[in-house]
Write a protein that binds this ligand. Sequence first.
Ligand SMILES: CC(C)(COP(=O)(O)OP(=O)(O)OC[C@H]1O[C@@H](n2cnc3c(N)ncnc32)[C@H](O)[C@@H]1OP(=O)(O)O)[C@@H](O)C(=O)NCCC(=O)NCCS
Length: 168
Amino acid sequence: MASEPAHQQALPLVTIRDFHFGRDTEAVLRFQVETYETNFPGLRVTETFLRDYRRQLRRVSRQWNEGLFVVDDGRGPCGFLWIGLISTMVSPTIGYIKNIYIRPDLRGQGWGRELLRTAEKWAAERGATEIELDASVCNPEAVRMYENAGYATRRLRMGKDLARDHGP
Ligand SMILES: CC(C)(COP(=O)(O)OP(=O)(O)OC[C@H]1O[C@@H](n2cnc3c(N)ncnc32)[C@H](O)[C@@H]1OP(=O)(O)O)[C@@H](O)C(=O)NCCC(=O)NCCS
C-alpha cells in the first residue's frame, strides 16, 4: 500500500503515562547518561552506575511513596519523571523531584513543564503541601524551567572539593 503524503500522516500522540519496569527501563537508563553527566560535571556514568540505577528503579516501582512516569510518543519513552515523598524535621510530607528528563528532540515544547505539573499533582494528592528538588547551577535551562514554574531557591547546598587542601 502506498504511504500517505507527509501532510496527511497522523502526528505521533505524545502522552504521559506510568512507568513500566519491564518495558521502559532500558530507555530510562539511557537518559541517565546525559542527566547525570550534565548535572554532575566530571562524573562518568558507568555500567556499574546503571546497574545500581536499574536496581533502584525495580525497588521503587513497587512503592506507594514513589511515583515513576514516562513521556511516550507512541514508540516508547522520550521523557522520564521520578517523584517521591520525603519527610524532614520541619515538614512531615514533602514531594521531592528526583529525576526529570526530556529527550533533546522534544525539548522546548512544554513537556518538561508538563512533567512538573504531573509531579505536583501526584504529590498534592498524597498529602504533600510542598514540593522540592535539587538543581545544579551548571544547568541554567533546568533552573529557568523551575523558576518559570514558580519554584524559588530556599536553601543553598554548598560544596567544596577537598582534594586541594586535604588530598594526599
Ligand atoms: C530541563 C529539561 C527537562 C527541560 O525540558 P523541556 O521539555 O525542554 O522544558 P519545557 O519545554 O517545558 O520548557 C520549560 C521552561 O524551561 C526553560 N527552558 C527550557 N529549555 C531552555 C533552554 N534551552 N534555554 C533556556 N530556557 C529553557 C524555559 O524557561 C521554559 O519556560 P517557558 O516555556 O515559560 O519559556 C530538559 O532540558 C532536559 O531533559 N535536560 C536534561 C536532563 C536534566 O538536566 N534534567 C534536570 C535535572 S535537575
